[in-house]
Design a protein around this ligand. Structure first.
Ligand SMILES: C[S@@+](CC[C@H](N)C(=O)[O-])C[C@H]1O[C@@H](n2cnc3c(N)ncnc32)[C@H](O)[C@@H]1O
Length: 267
């Protein structure tokens, strides 16, 4: 499949678009190869690849192109903790997943990390802008953070933001389906990520849960659409997730927030 001679051209065309120019090359090629095998023409395959990238990633960025340089300046220049938190909240409003979490942010990490400390290392898969929630996470002093999403420019911004927030760690652009990290962590976060990853590969969710080497895995699901509608998502995701972990020997705790359903597992 990856030998299709049109794949280089497809990848070049997807990368020349403003919206998908920074998406990890490996992911574009993987989606592109699958689409070339299914579609009649290169044109259709390019369109279908962009469509898929929109569904799993682009859709969530609200308000156009992120201005990472300006965002970083605002974080660095915030005069105190309260001002910095206000800046981080404003930036997180640019991605639908973190925007939806803003009203519950004060309670969210306090509850999700309660009773499992000390948390010395976090793995944040398909992270979006969530690493900017770091000041709300009750982590041990000197804790490290490893964040992964598919955009190179987002990874550069998050790497600089981690430094500005005084947290040691690494942010990288990677397809977590093709290359799920295997570093050990106290907590792995897979927040609102499984429905996106399963659009790329139906078996991805279960495989990633098996591969992650974390003491605790936190999986969450949105219970409203990006547009704010409630269409039975809580029930559907609960049923699908419970079926996925039915044969896994893990202790699972369910935690409900307005708009987000969390499963915390001890591996
Ligand atoms: C619904 S958002 C969740 C963002 C974040 N976890 C949160 O809850 O705030 C899904 C994220 O998955 C990322 N994503 C999609 N496919 C991915 C892949 N194959 N590997 C890594 N990240 C991916 C998207 O770019 C997007 O940021």
């Amino acid at each position: 499949m990856s030998d299709d001679p049109r794949l280089d051209e497809l990848a070049a065309r997807v990368h020349s678009s403003r919206k998908y120019g920074a998406v990890s090359e490996a992911l574009v090629r993987r989606i592109g190869a699958a689409e070339l095998a299914k579609r009649a023409t290169l044109e259709d395959a390019v369109k279908a690849t962009k469509n898929k990238l929109h569904q799993v990633a682009g859709l969530y960025f609200a308000g156009g192109r992120p201005d990472y340089d300006a965002w970083l300046r605002r974080i660095v220049q915030a005069p105190d903790d309260a001002a910095r938190r206000a800046v981080l909240r404003a930036i997180m409003a640019h991605h639908a997943s973190t925007r939806e979490r803003l009203p519950i942010l004060d309670a969210f990490y306090a509850r999700v990390f309660a009773g499992i400390g000390p948390v010395r290392s976090v793995l944040d898969l398909a992270c979006g802008l969530n690493p900017l929630s770091l000041p709300w996470m009750p982590l041990a002093a000197g804790a490290t953070y490893h964040a992964i999403d598919i955009y190179e420019d987002l990874a550069r911004f998050l790497q600089a933001a981690l430094a500005a927030l005084g947290v040691e760690g690494k942010a990288e652009a990677r397809d977590v389906i093709a290359g799920c990290p295997t570093d050990e962590a106290d907590v792995a976060l897979l927040l609102k990520a499984l429905p996106c990853l399963e659009q790329l590969d139906k078996a991805a969710g279960s495989a990633i849960l098996d591969t992650i080497k974390a003491r605790h895995i936190v999986v969450s699901f949105p219970t409203r659409t990006v547009g704010g509608r409630n269409v039975g998502m809580r029930e559907n995701y609960t049923a699908r997730f419970e079926a996925m972990i039915a044969n896994k020997p893990w202790r699972v705790e369910r935690i409900e927030f307005a708009g987000e359903l969390v499963f915390r597992m001890a591996k």
